[in-house]
Design a binder for this molecule. Sequence first.
Ligand SMILES: [Zn+2]
Length: 277
Amino acid sequence: MLQQVKVSPEVRACFHSSCHPTPRPNSQMHVIPLLPGCPWESWSRPNVKWCENNLCSIITTPANTWSNLFYCFFSILMWKEARPTRPALRLFAVASMLVGVTSFAYHASYTWFFQLFDFIGMFCFCMISVTLNCRRLNQLSQHKLVVFFTSGVTVCTLSFLCISMLGLPVQLIIVGLIMLILCQEWWLQRNVYRRHPRLRPKMKKFVQAMVLLAVAFAFSLADMLRVWCNPNNHVINGHSIWHILTSVTLYLLFQYHKQFAYDQYSANLLPIKISTV
Ligand SMILES: [Zn+2]
C-alpha cells in the first residue's frame, strides 16, 4: 500500500511528472531532488537516479521497492533448504533477507543513508562467497571465518564511505567483489581441482548464476542509461528486473555452495571435499 501524504495544492498539482525538474537530455542519470513537503525530501540523495520517477509518497519508487520481496522469498526458500546442521549455508538465507530489506528501504526512501545499508546487504552476501571460497582454497581455518567475514564487510563499508566522499561510483566495490569471486573460482579450477580432479564440483549452478547476473546487469544498465526507460511505469522496469533476476542469482549461488562440506569438521573432508551429507 502506498501511503500518500498531505502536501500543498501547488505541490499536489504537479508531483507526478510535469513539475519534476526536467533533466537535460544528457543528464538523465543525474539525481533529482524530491519535491518540497514530500517524505524523505530533507534527506541526502543517493549517488544514482534510476529511471522510475519518484512519487511524493513514503514509497517513492513502487516498482523498484516491491521487487525486493523476491530476495525475501528466496531467503525463506534457502533457510528451509539449508538444514540446521549446515549453518554456513543458512548465512546465505540471512544475507538474502538483509539484501531484500535494506534494498526495499533504499528504493522506498531514495536516500543516501539507506543506500549505504543496501550496499552493506550486498557486501554481506558477496563476502559469504568470498569467505567460503577462501575456505575451499585452504587459506582460512574454520575458527577464523567469522573474523575474516566481519573484517571484509567492515572494509567494504569504509570503502563505501571514502568513495562516496570522493564523489566516485560506489558501485565499483560490488564489481570488485564479483571479480574477486570469479578469480577465486578460476584459481580453484586451475590449481586445486587439477591436482584433485575427484573433488571437482559441478559448475552448472555457478555458470547459470553468472549468466543471469550478466543479463540482470544489462537490464539495470539499460535502466540507468535510459536506453529502456518509462519513468511513469511503477510496475516493472529495468532496475526492478535486476532485483528479480539477481534474487535468483543469489539462490543459484546458494545451491552451488550446497555441494561443499563446510560444516563438517573432519580434517579429511575439508576444505574442498564435496559434501557427503
Ligand atoms: Zn536496487
